[in-house]
Design a protein around this ligand. Structure first.
Ligand SMILES: NC(=O)c1ccc[n+]([C@@H]2O[C@H](COP(=O)([O-])OP(=O)(O)OC[C@H]3O[C@@H](n4cnc5c(N)ncnc54)[C@H](OP(=O)(O)O)[C@@H]3O)[C@@H](O)[C@H]2O)c1
Length: 505
């Protein structure tokens, strides 16, 4: 075979270590930085995946120096890191952490930051390379981006790279996401913008691509000839915690349907990429997102709900309207379910049911392909009463793995067929535990590998799906459901009307 010169000649099994660089985190004292980003940096260091010449800069308002910042980092890491604590790894990392104090509208603070980056080139040999992580309220994006532009921090001058990481939400509708994209693109070039959808950093989500494209078993049946319907579920047992001010103006559709669930749909429905590269994978996902269609009758096929007081795991759970910071007459949805179509030859006529909700009976995210029933069953009806449709379920979290559900004979002297499950569990097959999503994604940012980051066109195509739903729902009351139940009755009725029912994972 003639080798393909476009393919990367390096052995992909070798660990990938980024070039010397700095990671600058705006909003370092926030929740995300403490629970996810700082632990991820440590885990990477612990696995030997950070370059020797590395620096971590934190930026926030409180009156701190490097020592106080190092203390916060140490506490956060000890509490949340995935890998074991090793004093020598921490000592090395502690020598590379720096704090810059200031507010985002403070020119002097940004001048100091630019200066600190310059100094780190000499003291830590970071080679001028830096990734800027915006772990800050979205309302602050414009101010920070403009400061980076003003100080020249965003410039990719010869021999150095500068990248920016943007956290969701990427806008609140199509118009605002376009505005945000235009702003980010005016400061950074498109290739240097990394939009985090942390679901794409999960091992099982990437395994969806391995399952489909590394095997010959599944792809022939991965289409509307064999698949009856697809169910994508993101269920949470928790409520909104202390995030009322954010959640009240967001709701389930904007919070997770627009990003995580539509990304899962895109990976499930996309065609095989020419190769496993950022360009090719993102191109295929975009085609799917553009092919998504909404049902004609939104009243019966787009359901939103809000949890009322109920019971969960033996504990009484408050209703959404009784949560701290939530209005007594709030119409924000804590549950959203919709029936979508994907207008391609592969999927025409196959419904994709997406649902996401809070205060549901358990925490689970999964993609289930429900297959058509066998065209003919040569058994008596009573022999197959407990036989459902074959299902292939990719469990994204928890208990990451894949389950195949199919009919099997019950042992005994009579012919009786019942559903059984065949399970693949990551935790059982592999000794190495999966990296945290943020660990993987941070490493990819520093390596400049954008495969697992949605492009702005994908974000906009997703909002084009969500906007009509939000318009339709505006001003109406969500359907109530009790905390601890699987969502409102109308969502069950949506599937029942089509002779189907939701899985109870
Ligand atoms: N938390 C999560 O699990 C999660 C999940 C997905 C996405 N996100 C996104 O990630 C981002 C950060 O979330 P978060 O939960 O970490 O937020 P957060 O806890 O509210 O933290 C915000 C950070 O921004 C800093 N900040 C705010 N205004 C500032 C200003 N004017 N000048 C300087 N610093 C300022 C705060 O620093 P001070 O110490 O100075 O106040 C704090 O460090 C948001 O875009 C959010 O939507 C978060």
């Amino acid at each position: 075979m003639i080798p393909n010169p476009l393919r990367d000649p390096r052995d992909r099994r070798l660990p990938r270590v980024p070039e010397p660089c700095a990671l600058v985190v705006f909003g370092i004292t926030g929740d995300l930085a403490r629970k996810k980003l700082l632990p991820a940096v440590y885990d990477l260091a612990n696995r030997g995946l950070l370059p020797t010449n590395f620096a971590l800069l934190g930026f926030a308002r409180r009156d701190w120096g490097d020592t106080e910042f190092a203390e916060l980092a140490r506490d956060a890491i000890r509490q949340h890191a995935r890998t074991p604590w090793r004093e020598e790894v921490w000592e090395r990392l502690a020598g590379s952490v720096h704090f810059v104090q200031g507010s985002f509208d403070d020119d002097t603070a940004f001048d100091e930051l630019a200066e600190a980056l310059g100094e780190l080139e000499g003291s830590h040999g970071i080679g001028g390379n830096a990734a800027f992580y915006l772990s800050i309220p979205p309302s602050m994006f414009p101010v920070v981006l403009k400061q980076m532009q003003r100080t020249g921090m965003a410039e990719n001058t010869a021999g150095r790279w500068r990248r920016v990481v943007v956290e969701k939400p990427f806008g609140t509708d199509l118009a605002s996401s376009r505005e945000l994209n235009a702003l980010v693109d005016s400061v950074f070039s498109a290739d240097d913008v990394f939009r985090i959808d942390h679901y794409l950093g999960k091992e099982t989500v990437q395994n969806l691509l391995a399952l489909r494209f590394a095997n010959s078993l599944f792809e022939p049946i991965w289409n509307g000839h064999h698949v009856d319907s697809v169910q994508i579920t993101m269920a949470e047992d928790v409520g909104i915690g202390g995030r009322a001010s954010f959640y009240e103006k967001t709701g389930a559709a904007r919070d997770v349907l627009q990003n995580h669930l539509l990304q899962l749909l895109a990976l499930t429905a996309m065609e095989e990429p020419v190769e496993f590269s950022a360009e090719e994978i993102r191109t295929e996902k975009l085609k799917v997102l553009r092919a998504v269609s909404l049902p004609e009758d939104l009243a019966t096929s787009a359901i939103r709900g809000q949890y009322e007081q109920g019971w969960l795991a033996g504990q009484r759970a408050k209703g959404y309207r009784q949560e701290d910071g939530v209005a007594d007459d709030s119409t924000t949805e804590t549950y959203a379910a919709v029936r979508l179509g994907v207008e391609t030859r592969r999927w025409a006529g196959v419904p994709f049911y997406l649902r996401a909700g809070k205060r549901l009976p358990r925490r689970v995210t999964e993609i289930a392909l429900v297959f058509k029933r066998a065209p003919h069953l040569p058994f008596a009806d009573t022999d197959t009463e407990e036989l459902g449709n074959n299902q292939l379920v990719v469990r994204v979290q928890p208990d990451e793995g894949v389950t195949l559900k199919f009919g099997s004979k019950v042992p005994g002297s009579v012919m009786e067929v019942r559903d059984v499950s065949m399970d693949f569990l990551y935790g059982e097959q592999f000794t190495e535990t999966s990296p945290e999503a943020y660990e993987r994604l941070l490493l990819d940012v520093l390596l400049g590998d954008a495969t697992l980051f949605p492009r702005n066109a994908e974000v906009e195509a997703s909002w084009a799906v969500i906007d009509p739903l939000e318009e339709f729902w505006a001003g109406s009351d969500p359907e109530p459901y009790r905390a601890g139940e699987w969502g409102p009755r109308a969502a069950d009725a949506m599937l029942a009307a089509e002779g189907r029912r939701w899985r109870r994972p």
